[in-house]
Design a protein around this ligand. Structure first.
Ligand SMILES: [Zn+2]
Length: 185
């Protein structure tokens, strides 16, 4: 995450930059305040959703044409990751889901996030919320993964189920987008 803040969010003194623990970090110039912007990775839950025996990949309205991925979201205060991913599936796809397993934790340096990926089985009729523009169903035997972010969780889950997933051929616009520096979306 880019940080353009100039002033301490605690006491409004100027921020300065100093090396702490081998990394240059913004910190408060008033040592009696002591604020340090650690910029720790933010946890994000991601759901590999199985619906009617197939996987559901969705396209965020902000993503380029041809980019499909998992349902993801930030945790609400005091929420468990399992509850959070079920809530996100309900909000974004309109489905009732239950977690079947934790797939894994994946660093996502480009967005300074820690992805917590789950597999879920979901029921109901898909109704996209405004955050999503499109979705598709795919047989597990034909599901492809994408080489980064939540795509690695898709790959690992399919491998654990005995499938042999292949990387998806991505349009050039999607490849460029996946490499571009980004802020939160
Ligand atoms: Zn301060």
């Amino acid at each position: 995450m880019r940080d353009n803040r100039q002033f301490c969010p605690v006491c409004t003194s100027l921020l300065v930059h100093r090396e702490i623990g081998g990394i240059e970090r913004p910190l408060c110039s008033d040592t009696s305040c002591g604020f340090v912007f650690w910029d720790n990775p933010i946890p994000v839950v991601a759901g590999i959703v199985e619906h009617e025996g197939k996987l559901v990949f969705a396209r965020n309205a902000l993503w380029p044409e041809g980019m499909y991925g998992l349902v993801t979201g930030f945790l609400e205060p005091r929420e468990t990751p399992e509850f959070g991913v079920v809530r996100e599936v309900a909000e974004e796809l309109g489905l009732r889901a239950r977690v079947t397993e934790f797939v894994g934790a994946y660093g996502f340096a480009r967005k300074n996030q820690l992805l917590l990926a789950y597999h879920l089985v979901a029921e109901g009729t898909i109704t996209l919320d405004a955050e999503l523009a499109d979705y598709f169903h795919v047989d597990k035997a034909e599901a492809e993964y994408w080489p980064g972010g939540t795509g690695l969780a898709v790959r690992d889950w399919l491998l654990s189920q005995g499938y042999d997933p292949q990387p998806r051929e991505l349009p050039d616009a999607v490849k460029a987008w996946m490499k571009a520096p980004i802020d939160q979306d």
